[in-house]
Each structure stands twice: as structure tokens, then as C-alpha cells.
Design a protein around this ligand. Structure first.
Ligand SMILES: NC(=O)c1ccc[n+]([C@@H]2O[C@H](COP(=O)([O-])OP(=O)(O)OC[C@H]3O[C@@H](n4cnc5c(N)ncnc54)[C@H](O)[C@@H]3O)[C@@H](O)[C@H]2O)c1
Length: 457
């Protein structure tokens, strides 16, 4: 099922509340619902052209078109040479994981303002080169949290009932009804390691099944429902019937479940890993399964994963693959934790909104390679106000030069921040005539540190 993306529509739209409506936008900046938000456009009034590759959802295409953007949509990705040829005509590009945006592509794309990665990762983009070209990159890191949490719920029951082995046997024509070693999940203890977006969702779902939830996280986090935070990973491992991992890959989480930790787990417990492949020491897990210390495991992520569907998952890829594949009550899945239609639709919505907020309002909240800057919306009463969006090199004196240029005007509000070598300033200034805008543009664009200056009105 798909549903249209909820972006305020039409070129001369009146938006009833702030465009800054995502949960991570700062609410003190919001206007009351009675205030009519002024819809901004680039002062040059150019038609913004978007190139969407890799079959990005039609909902996103429709939403961009409804915004008045010109959209070209392609099913496939493009090579570096193709991008160098084509991208100079576009102001924005939407990609998934196959399209590589290299420094060479960025250099050629002289009009490019923003990149949307309609996926979780952003490794396919040269992020520092994009930042230095004044191009923020947006993605959607948490849209599939619910999908992962639901998969874990399925795995809890499947492991507890040896579901995959029984179903596999019957597909082979073998009837093998048994209850020994099969359990209800009700009343058991689930230990969640990492209580972030996925861990917290899972906590709520598990309690609805009558499961007791404990969790361990490096942060002190308010527990949902009746869940309880425990003081250490060891305490969690010693108490849980099921241990499920939901931490990021960091130096301290690599092999965080190894021989020593598996030895602390209860005899007959289960391990589930849908986080990152390197978090579990798989040879140690194989030993714990062979010795029957663990009663089963579900693994969705691996230290090395095949690059394409159909490619072998064998000992050449991971030396232990055939041993793991042969063990009873082990569920192996090809990194499908977040792969659902709903997650894809949410990704489309979130990234499309982020691109629109940047192009129309200058907001970089959620950008992965850029300082995150936003201003509360202008209202329709502020007709002669303009918004200056100035990307510049993070160097001494840069702001002074810009503020000198702005000094004849009333700066209603401004905010700037920096990330590494790049800084970004947004300012709303009052009483600027159309003639003055081009003079102001020249002054700011010619400052020493200027990377990119845009005016929205
Ligand atoms: N299998 C899939 O398809 C799939 C899909 C989405 C996400 N993931 C992975 O799931 C993991 C969790 O994702 P999320 O969105 O919940 O992340 P998140 O950032 O919202 O939460 C991670 C939590 O782990 C905690 N943490 C960090 N280091 C820790 C440590 N050493 N010990 C204990 N807790 C620690 C953090 O404080 C945070 O609360 C990530 O690794 C992500 O890449 C996998």
C-alpha cells in the first residue's frame, strides 16, 4: 500500500503551520496555527530542476512536481561519466545506494544545491567534497526502525518454537511434530542491548506479548512501559532468555558479543543480531551453539555480505559460512531487517521533505555533512523580508564581512553554525527592495570565504 507524501502543495501555497514540522525541528521557533507562514522561493525565480535516479518512489516524484519543481525520473543509476554530462543542468539529485557522487561529479555539477539519499547510508557520496561545494546531503536513517522491531518479534517466536527447522523438514516431506525444547515467549525475559530507535519500539511490542523487558544502553534512558534498564551488559546477559542487539557499529561495539559474553548467557538462551555484522564474534557464537549453551540464534547482518542478490553466501565470503548454515535452530536472513514497503515509503517522505525544506526555506536540519541550521518561518505579514542563506568557509573574519554587508538593514534573526571546514549562516532581513537585493548579493558573494549564497523571498 502506498499513500501520497504530505508536503505542502502548489506554487503559491499557504501553509497553515510552520514548514519546520518534523519531530526534530525546534518547537520554540514554531508559529501559532493562526499565523500564516510565508512560502519562500528563490529570488531568481528559476525553475528548480530535480534528477531522481534508481526508481525513487512515484510518491516522491508527485510530491516534488506538486511543489512546482521540474522532475526527471529514471529507473536506473548513472555512471560517473553520465553524471558529469547530465548533472550540470540540475539543482538537486535524488539517489539510492548504487549512484556514486564523486568529487569529479560534484565539480561538474555547477548548479547543484542539494543531494538526497533515499536510503539509510551515505557512503556513496563524497561527503566532504559535497560540503566544500556547499551541497548538503540528506538521508533517512531511522525510517525502518519499526520494520526491524517487527522482524525481531517474529524471530523470538520462530526461535522459541524451532519454527524454521520444523517448516524446512516438512518441505522436505518429513513430519516431525514435537514440543520438547519449544516454548511460549510469554513470561520470558528479553534483553535489549541498545535502547535507541529500534530497541525502544521493540520494548513496547514485546511487552504486549507478555514478555519482561530489560535493556542495557551506554546512556541513561527513560524506560517505556514496565521495561527496566540494567547497569551493565553482563547483568543483562545473565538475566535474559533472549538477547537482541541494536547498537551502532563503533570500535567499542565490534565483537561486543564474544566468547566471554556468551559464557555469561543463560544455558538455553537465544541470541538475535539485526544490528551490524561485526558486533558478534561469529566463530564464538558457533561454538556456543554447538555446545548447546545457546538454543538458537537469528542473524540478519554479517561481517561480509554479498554485493548483489544471487551471489553466494559461502566460505569464501566468510570462512565459517557453511558451518553456521548447517547448525540447527539458526535463522539466517540476507540483511532484510529494514526492508519493507512501509520503510521505503517513509524514506521517500522524509528525504523529499528534507530536500524541499532546504530548497524552499534553507533549513539544513538532518543534513549529514553540513552544520544544522534553521530559522523560524517568516509570516505573510513580513512581505518585504528576505532570507539570506550563506554557505562559507569556516575561517576567521567571514561573519564580520557578511554582517558588514547586512548592517544597513534590520536583521530580524540570524543563526550560524559550522562543521569542519564549512559554515552556514541563515538571516532574515527586513525592508529590502528588489534593487537592493542584487547589490547585496554581489557584496556577500564577493566575500573572501563565500562558497554559495542564495536569497529566498
Ligand atoms: N538489519 C537491518 O536491516 C537494519 C535496519 C536498520 C538499522 N540497523 C542497525 O540497527 C542498529 C540500531 O539502530 P537504531 O536506529 O536503533 O540506532 P540508534 O542510534 O537509534 O540507537 C542505538 C543505541 O545504542 C546505544 N549504544 C551505543 N553504543 C552502545 C554500547 N557500547 N553499549 C550499549 N548501547 C550502546 C546508543 O546509546 C543508542 O541508544 C544500528 O547498527 C543500525 O545500523 C539494521
Amino acid at each position: 500500500m502506498s499513500s501520497p507524501i504530505a508536503i505542502p502543495s502548489s506554487a503559491h501555497r499557504v501553509v497553515p503551520s510552520s514548514p519546520s514540522s518534523s519531530p526534530h525541528m525546534h518547537s520554540p521557533h514554531m508559529h501559532s496555527p493562526q499565523m500564516k507562514v510565508k512560502v519562500l522561493h528563490p529570488v531568481e525565480n528559476v525553475d528548480l530542476r530535480l534528477l531522481l535516479l534508481e526508481n525513487i518512489s512515484q510518491d516522491a516524484v508527485a510530491a516534488f512536481r506538486a511543489q512546482g519543481f521540474h522532475v526527471d525520473h529514471h529507473a536506473k543509476s548513472m555512471s560517473e561519466d553520465e553524471l558529469v554530462q547530465v548533472l550540470p543542468a540540475y539543482h538537486a539529485i535524488g539517489i539510492r545506494s548504487k549512484t556514486k557522487i564523486t568529487a569529479r561529479v560534484l565539480k561538474a555539477a555547477s548548479k547543484l544545491l542539494v543531494i538526497g539519499c533515499f536510503c539509510i547510508g551515505t557512503n556513496q557520496v563524497d561527503l566532504p567534497a559535497a560540503a566544500q561545494a556547499g551541497v548538503p546531503v540528506f538521508n533517512s536513517p531511522f525510517s525502518n526502525s519499526r520494520s526491524v522491531a517487527e522482524l525481531v518479534m517474529g524471530e523470538l517466536v520462530a526461535l522459541s518454537r524451532q519454527l524454521f527447522d520444523r517448516a524446512y523438514e516438512l518441505r522436505q516431506g518429513v513430519w516431525n511434530k514435537q514440543s520438547k525444547g519449544c516454548w511460549e515467549v510469554r513470561g520470558k525475559t528479553l534483553g535489549i542491548v541498545g535502547y535507541g530507535h529500534i530497541g525502544a519500539q521493540l520494548s513496547v511490542l514485546a511487552e504486549a506479548f507478555g514478555i519482561r523487558v530489560i535493556f542495557y544502553d551506554v546512556l541513561n534512558i527513560m524506560a517505556l512501559g514496565s521495561a527496566r534498564q540494567v547497569e551493565s551488559l553482563d547483568a543483562l546477559l545473565a538475566e535474559a532468555d533472549f538477547v537482541t542487539l541494536h547498537v551502532p557499529e563503533l570500535p567499542e561495539t565490534i565483537n561486543m558479543i564474544s566468547q566471554q559474553q556468551l559464557a555469561i548467557m543463560k544455558k538455553g538462551a537465544y541470541l538475535i543480531n539485526n544490528s551490524r555484522g561485526k558486533v558478534v564474534d561469529i566463530p564464538a557464537l558457533i561454538d556456543a551453539l554447538k555446545s548447546k549453551r545457546l538454543a538458537g540464534a537469528a542473524i540478519d547482518v554479517f561481517p561480509s555480505e554479498p554485493g548483489a542478490n544471487g551471489a553466494p553466501f559461502d566460505d569464501q565470503l566468510n570462512g565459517w559460512a557453511s558451518t553456521l548454515r548447517a547448525l540447527p535452530n539458526v535463522i539466517l536472513t540476507p540483511h532484510i531487517g529494514g526492508s519493507t514497503e512501509e520503510a521505503q515509503r517513509l524514506i521517500g517522505e522524509e528525504v523529499a521533505q528534507a530536500l524541499t525544506r532546504y530548497l524552499d526555506y534553507g533549513s539544513t536540519v538532518g543534513a549529514v555533512n553540513f552544520p544544522e541550521v534553521d530559522l523560524r518561518a517568516l509570516t505573510q505579514e513580513q512581505g518585504d523580508h528576505i532570507r539570506v542563506c550563506h554557505v562559507h568557509k569556516n575561517q576567521p573574519g567571514a561573519l564580520k564581512q557578511v554582517n558588514d554587508a547586512l548592517s544597513p538593514y534590520n536583521v530580524e534573526k540570524q543563526f550560524s553554525d559550522s562543521k569542519g571546514e564549512v559554515a552556514y549562516l541563515m538571516a532574515d532581513i527586513a525592508d529590502v527592495s528588489t534593487e537592493e537585493i542584487s547589490k547585496l548579493r554581489e557584496l556577500i558573494s564577493n566575500t573572501r570565504a563565500n562558497i554559495l549564497t542564495r536569497f529566498l523571498a
